[in-house]
Every structure is written in structure tokens, then in C-alpha cells.
Ligand binder design. Structure first.
Ligand code: PBG
Length: 324
């Protein structure tokens, strides 16, 4: 008996023919490596829930980005952890703040060989761990927060950031940052908007990485409800109208439908954030010998590309770059 599917089977016979007809290619060119730099430590600190990822010192960060560049990875995104946190997160816009110093360090090491993205938010810098100014009743003051974001954008751009990536999900943040950048003569600095960012349980290990504990509160008043899809398209459209140069969907694998629909909606580059929990789950199951970590990582990252993303922020960047 022959069946029509046999045509498909004939094209799976060898690795070479499978490569020849593959529709999606994962490449090191697709990767953005997230990196943490912490003020006031003298040695890099491992992050228990993110095996293989470290809180870097300014010095160890330089070595790390040198390796990343040599692997052919085109970009990194930086997160800073200040020695002191306060109610407004003032370390975030201090010209001598940890991330500003780290951006300048990175530019001095890799110049234009690496795209230095800078996460723009205050949660790593506030003592309460929220992404904005918290009112007495616990709500977030959107507009006061935008004023802070403008200051951060200018500080990061002055330090030499190539791309500014606001992640706080405040309304109007892209327009506010664009205005601040233009007013500071940074007309050429693009904005990567974390546009469709869900209030996900998958950010757990990241909170350890940046020493944030939200105690009894959550971010559901400003991050998206995971039950909703149309809402994501509205968030993306709003950010594009405000001048976003690129948009992001976050997390990645649980939100492939959102990435696919965003791909239909817009022609701007789409980034997807394969977040800390997505990484840690693979690492943990791999450590137990339950799955083949490398295979699952490549499979997931390829799925993210297949769904329509142009690039992926992933803690696997270094490890998988060596396997492709
Ligand atoms: C906010 C921010 C978060 C992540 C990236 N930027 C945390 C959050 O929104 O709670 C999470 C990334 C990850 O989990 O890997 N500055």
C-alpha cells in the first residue's frame, strides 16, 4: 500500500535531506544574552535557580562579553543590581549607577561588535520590587513613573546603550522615552518595547537573580493576564503608535500564539524572551537526567523562531551557540 504521506516520509530519510528542506533555522545571530551585573561584590556570584548564570562584577562582565562576542552572538541585554535600593529606584538613573558603568565598560570592550541593550525599569532598584512608584494604597502611579523612566533612558543612552528596552508595562512609556531620547539628541537610539508582557509565574528565578522579593504582592495590575490574546495585540499596536522600533513578547514558549499573531500584525522585528523559568525548567529536568537538555533547548528556541520571532533573549545563548 502507498499513502500520500509517503511523499513526506521520503523526504525524512537522512539528516542531509532533512537539513535541505528545513523551514526554520536557528542561528547564533538570533541570540541576545541576558547578563546581570551587581554593585559591591568582588567575585561573580552564582544564581542557584539559574545554573550557569552569574551576578557579575564589572570586571567579570568584561570577560563574559568578550566570550560572547567570540562565540558570534550579536547582542546582550544588561540588568543592574545596586548595592542600595530605595522607594523610587534612584540607582537606575544615577549616571554612576551600576548599569550605566557596565554599559560604558561593555562599549569599551566590544565597541560596535555587540549590540548592548539595556533593560529599562526600576524593579531591580526599588526596595519594594515594583516596576514603578507605589502610592499609599498600593497602586502604581503611572505618570510619576514615566518621569523616572525618562531619566533612566537619558542616563543609559549617555552611557552608550545601543538599544533601550523598557520592561515596566507603564502606559505611554514608549512615547515618554522616545521624547526623552530625542530631546537628549539620541534620535538614532532604537527602542525595543516589552509590549506583550504577561504576569507570568515563570519569572521566579529572575527575581532571585536581581534580589527582588515581592512578598505578598504581584504585578497583575500592570502586566498582562495570561488568559488574554486580543489585549496583547492592543498593547503592541499602542507601542508601535508611540514609536517602538521593535517589539517583544514575553515569556516565549507559553505564548507562541501571541508571537504568531504579532507576526501577522506588524513588520517590525519581533523579539521573544525565553525567560528565567523556561530556562530553569529545562536545566532542572536535564540535571535529573529526565530530558536531554541541549535537545530540548534547541527544540524550544527553534519553535520560538518558527512562530515568527526574529530574535530570542535567552540564558541558553552561550551554551547553544556552541552547538549550532
Ligand atoms: C522587569 C523584568 C523582569 C524580567 C525582565 N525584566 C521581571 C518581571 O517583570 O517580573 C524577567 C525575565 C526573566 O524571568 O528571565 N525589569
Amino acid at each position: 500500500m502507498t499513502f500520500p504521506q509517503q511523499r513526506l516520509r521520503r523526504l525524512r530519510k537522512s539528516g542531509a535531506i532533512r537539513r535541505l528542506i528545513s523551514e526554520t533555522t536557528l542561528s547564533v545571530d538570533d541570540f541576545v544574552a541576558p547578563l546581570f551585573v551587581r554593585e559591591g561584590i568582588t567575585e561573580p556570584e552564582p544564581i542557584a535557580s539559574l545554573p550557569g548564570v552569574f551576578q557579575h562584577t564589572r570586571d567579570s562582565l568584561k570577560g563574559e562579553i568578550d566570550q560572547i562576542r567570540n562565540l558570534g552572538i550579536p547582542s546582550i541585554i544588561l540588568f543592574g543590581i545596586p548595592a542600595e535600593k530605595d522607594a523610587t529606584g534612584s540607582g537606575a538613573w544615577d549616571p554612576n549607577g551600576i548599569v550605566q558603568q557596565a554599559i560604558a565598560d561593555c562599549k569599551s570592550v566590544t565597541g560596535d561588535d555587540l549590540v548592548i541593550m539595556s533593560d529599562l525599569c526600576v524593579d531591580e532598584y526599588t526596595d519594594h520590587g515594583h516596576c514603578g512608584v507605589v502610592n499609599d494604597d498600593g497602586s502604581i502611579d503611572n505618570d510619576l513613573t514615566l518621569d523616572l523612566y525618562k531619566k533612566i533612558a537619558i542616563a543609559q543612552a549617555n552611557a552608550g546603550a545601543d538599544v533601550i528596552a523598557p520592561s515596566g508595562m507603564m502606559d505611554g512609556q514608549v512615547a515618554a522615552i522616545r521624547q526623552a531620547l530625542d530631546g537628549n539628541n539620541n534620535l538614532e537610539t532604537p527602542i525595543l518595547a516589552y509590549s506583550a508582557k504577561y504576569a507570568s509565574g515563570l519569572y521566579g528565578p529572575f527575581r532571585e537573580a536581581v534580589n527582588v522579593s515581592l512578598e505578598n504582592s504581584d504585578r497583575k495590575s500592570y502586566q498582562q493576564d495570561w488568559r488574554n490574546k486580543r489585549e496583547a495585540m492592543n498593547e503592541i499596536k499602542a507601542d508601535l503608535n508611540e514609536g517602538a522600533d521593535m517589539i517583544m513578547v514575553k515569556p516565549a514558549v507559553t505564548y507562541l500564539d501571541i508571537i504568531a499573531q504579532a507576526r501577522e500584525l506588524t513588520d517590525v522585528p519581533i523579539g521573544a524572551y525565553h525567560v528565567s523559568g523556561e530556562y530553569s525548567m529545562i536545566k532542572a529536568a536535564g540535571e535529573k537526567g529526565w530530558i536531554d537538555e541541549t535537545q530540548v533547548a534547541i527544540e524550544q528556541l527553534t519553535a520560538v523562531k518558527r512562530s515568527g520571532a526574529n530574535f530570542i533573549l535567552t540564558y541558553f545563548a552561550k551554551e547553544i551557540a556552541g552547538c549550532l
